[in-house]
Write a new protein. Sequence first.
Length: 389
Amino acid sequence: MRYNFDKHIERSNTASIKHDLKDIIFGTKDVIPFWVADMDFETPDFIRESVIKRAMHPVYGYTFRDDAYYQSIIGWMNRRYQWEIEKDWILFSPGVVPALNMAILAFSDPGDEIIVQPPVYFPFFSAVKDHNRTLVYNQLIKRDADYGIDFDLFEKQAQTAKLFVLSNPHNPVGRCWNAEELNKLATICLKNNVLVLSDEIHSDLVLPPNKHHVFAALSKEISEITVTLHAPSKTFNLAGLSSSSVIIENPELRKKMKTVLQSMHIEMGNIFGIEATKAAFNYGEPWLEQLLKYIQLNVNETVSFLNKNLPEVNIFVPEATYMIWLDFSFTGLLDEELRNKMIHEAGLGLSPGKDFGPGGSQMMRLNVACPKEILMKGLEQMASVFRKK
């Protein structure tokens, strides 16, 4: 079956954060939203049909996750990443961000140092600070075309850190960390007894020929110090169904995590998230392959357009995710000035780089998971405002 990613979906008045909160986020409804990380594509038909079928049953009572639910996750990880996991390793969370917060509660104490790698997904910061842990910045090294890791600094920081929160692949800079980089991080963490929380929510969105490496799958030894966070939400546009997995091989770590999950009484989840997860992981690969081709097309179109019409913008071409990290430092504008110009002159709602912490100043994150026609309209508006006269 061929899927139509050019189809325009009207999302207004659906309580969509991306579309219905524009006036609150940007101070005006008159912007094209390219910010929050969900897609303006239809959730696949096989998922919708599965949810509708369950919704047709007249009782929505207390529900457990059956064996088919766990087998769908096990099968996906095996087929996509050759990662062999077991049912007992899989815990439920109503989202990766809640799981990250609960993992920090489970595996650290107030005052403990936790390493993050900015510019990075901003809930990493609040997950550390909101629980009175100490935030340690291992800022990524900005290069001409991509970002690298400051391993020398990481080695020093790991000597006193308790946890390391890894964005794998990295949001927002779009790096798909290679095996050498990940093994180097793992070696340092093993040496210093640092536990790794690996956020792999974007792992299914790696753009060929790049390859995702599951951090825990690098070796048995590394798996013993790793808590993996994963969900179908980014891949299949299911964020509204609040379903994710926490995968832990180490039984002692798993017990600690399970204790926190149970203490908050959030293990049950919801009926429709269960059905959507099973459908996504059992039948989703043909759709995903087409999605990745379309995202790559939009990435290519963005790069081509900006190189031609706004060459001053430094583009960090993503190896993964459907976000593009853009450097607007050529404008000389301060962050708030840049944001206001993007909103009120270009009519565009992007994610401001400063929200992603150190290294994010004068940057913007552009979400290209939308029909090409909408993307090109946005790029035209951007170029008309920022092009040097």
